[in-house]
Design a binder for this molecule. Structure first.
Ligand code: RIB
Length: 303
């Protein structure tokens, strides 16, 4: 099955700091690393490393060779990653001693995606193909409408949430994958049960995956809900952990149709991801995820 991920590609400038800068504070960082990122790119890399057939569509600038290269090396089909005359998107990321982060985005080429480019890409896809979107590119509303007309199944990670997303017809979304902050912004509810209840009322057609940080994750399709705990690990860098979760959940869910198995696989993949530095660079290969899941099963059986 084919997945088109129409999404961002960013050069992540990650500054290691003792704590996230406070308003008015000046601080010297411990290090600066420039690595591939962008919610779109990270999720494509995660899909490919999990074993999915994924096409990434998006725009980079002339400075974007590294971004295309990591996709190619990971097994992503890059024929729809094109070069624009706008510089690549980038992110300024602070990562503190506990591995938590804070991100400022410069959209760059990601916001040069226009309807003409979207049409050219979508021409290649048909009913039954999947479309994955986040909210870091332009023309999102148009892409959703056109993909829907074609009969593609739309998966949305509404991140980062902003007013542009509210203009999209989210009734066309088949699967939402979102965290509790985005869930609250969409539903107006704070607690997970409230978020799922209101989102199901707003979008009764949709299945929902809600990630809750240290509290794990939930899947809900209106008839039943599945819960998954996290696998505790030492946190080095949380950047892109949600993207790893998204790519692994989608791959396993589309393959097995089993949301419980997909949540468990995604939870293990993201636990591995937070144990390493970077976003795309920290996405594990499927072999490692399977090995760690087997270890976990042996441990649970012994208990
Ligand atoms: O989700 C993490 C990503 O958010 C980073 O790689 C950064 O580029 C931003 O898009």
């Amino acid at each position: 099955m084919r997945i088109l991920n129409f999404g961002s590609l960013n050069l992540d400038h990650t500054y290691r700091v003792p704590h996230i800068a406070a308003p008015g504070e000046t601080m010297t960082s411990q290090s600066l690393e420039i690595r591939p990122g962008g919610k779109g790119l990270n999720q494509s890399v995660a899909l490919a490393r999990a074993g999915a057939e994924v096409f990434h569509a998006g725009l980079v600038g002339v400075d974007g060779d590294l971004l295309r290269a990591v996709c190619e090396e990971s097994g992503v089909d890059t024929r729809f990653i094109c070069t624009s005359d706008v510089r690549s998107g980038n992110a300024i990321i602070q990562v503190d001693d506990s591995g938590q982060n804070c991100i400022i985005l410069y959209p760059g080429a990601n916001r040069a995606v226009d309807e003409e480019f979207a049409d050219k890409v979508l021409e290649f896809f048909a009913a039954g193909d999947y479309l994955l979107l986040q909210n870091e590119i332009s023309s999102l509303s148009y892409i959703i409408d056109k993909a829907w007309e074609k009969g593609m199944k739309i998966i949305l990670n509404p991140s980062p949430m902003d007013g542009r997303l509210r203009k999209c017809d989210l009734e066309k979304v088949w699967l939402f994958i979102l965290n509790e902050v985005e869930g609250e912004q969409l539903s107006g509810e704070k607690d997970p049960d409230g978020i799922l209840r209101v989102m199901r009322q707003m979008y009764p057609q949709a299945e929902i995956v809600l990630t809750l940080g240290a509290q794990g994750s939930l899947y809900c399709n209106g008839e039943w809900t599945v819960r998954q705990e996290i696998f505790p690990v030492e946190t080095v860098d949380t950047t892109g952990a949600g993207d790893t979760f998204t790519g692994y959940f989608i791959t396993e869910y589309l393959d097995s149709g089993d949301p419980a198995k997909a949540l468990r696989t995604a939870a293990m993949a993201s636990a591995i991801a937070v144990s390493a530095k970077g976003a795309a660079d920290a996405v594990p290969e499927i072999g490692e995820v399977q090995r760690r899941l087997e270890e976990q099963e042996r441990y649970e059986t012994k208990r």
